[in-house]
Design a protein around this ligand. Structure first.
Ligand code: DHB
Ligand code: FE
Length: 280
């Protein structure tokens, strides 16, 4: 049987990818941020899963605004880094676990989630920056990755509770897959940030830290946060945090928090990072 063994939440700031790719991680501005990921880089060496289900959002880099799926599952054999306007990141191709992806797609549709299936998509910083933060700069990513893409960029975005329900359905789908697989689920994006309009630059550490505090043991409180509250409290891009709720729900009710990191700012964003393990 496949099992979800761990969950990771992390911001996915594009400038972090550029800092890694340009060898700037030890620059004074960047070092404290990368230091916050040393723990996970060490931990993952002994905890590399077979597959990661990686929840992220495309930022109109691979999926233009003509079609906006609410939830989309990557079903191609492989995914190239997207060209986000300054050339593709020189990071490895992402390889899918096509059997598990197919099983999840089928089970989610049976579970009445009307998923979009993406048979051809490039993955942007939402996917590749978390991989770089956790795995560094390997020749190949050390495991398979199933991209799960969530619309957080165009109104109407899915509710926090719908993301929670999706996470629960993903958990059931993984646990009904007969092959023995160690699966991790990652939720990316956030934390509070606003890239546009008069409030550009907004960051709300109080909101972010309360979110991190509740995510472990009081996650039900987070399921009722409305789009408007996310917008007001965490800025227009803080809504990316709903993808952390997919991760959290997929882990089941009890989790053990292994590690947490929070820092302001990185680029225009509050950077948050958390690692959970499923109790044995
Ligand atoms: C920034 C952060 C993001 O999460 C993102 O997707 C794009 C830009 C930023 O801080 O600039
Ligand atoms: Fe983003």
């Amino acid at each position: 049987m496949a099992r979800i063994t761990a969950g990771i939440g992390t911001s996915h700031v594009p400038a972090i990818g550029a800092a890694i790719d340009l060898g700037r991680t030890q620059d004074p501005d960047w070092k404290p941020i990368f230091d916050g990921y040393e723990w996970v880089k060490d931990w993952i060496k002994d905890n590399t899963p077979d597959v990661i289900i990686l929840c992220y959002n495309d930022h109109a880099s691979a999926m233009m605004l003509d079609i906006v799926p609410t939830f989309a599952l990557g079903f191609a054999e492989e995914f190239e880094p997207a060209d986000e306007g300054w050339g593709k990141r020189q990071v490895p191709t992402v390889y899918n676990h096509i059997e598990l992806a197919g099983h999840i797609a089928e089970q989610l549709v049976i579970d009445e989630f009307d998923l979009t299936i993406m048979n051809d998509i490039d993955v942007d910083h939402g996917c590749t920056v978390p991989l770089s933060l956790v795995f560094g700069q390997p020749e190949e990513w050390p495991c398979k990755v199933i991209p799960l893409i969530v619309n957080v960029t165009q109104f109407p975005t899915p509710s926090a509770n719908r993301c929670w329900q999706l996470g629960e359905a993903i958990r059931d789908a993984v646990r009904s897959f007969p092959q023995d697989l160690d699966v991790q689920i990652w939720g990316t994006g956030g934390m509070s940030h606003q890239l546009q309009g008069p409030r550009a630059g907004l960051i709300n550490p109080e909101f972010d830290n309360a979110f991190l505090d509740r995510l472990g043991n009081e996650p039900d409180d987070l399921r009722t946060i409305t789009r408007l509250e996310f917008l007001r409290e965490s800025g227009s891009e803080g809504i990316e945090l709903i993808m952390w709720l997919i991760m959290r729900a997929a882990m089941g009710y009890n989790v053990e928090e292994l590690y947490r990191f929070y820092r302001v700012p990185a680029s225009n964003t509050a950077v948050g990072h958390i690692v959970y393990k499923t109790p044995e």
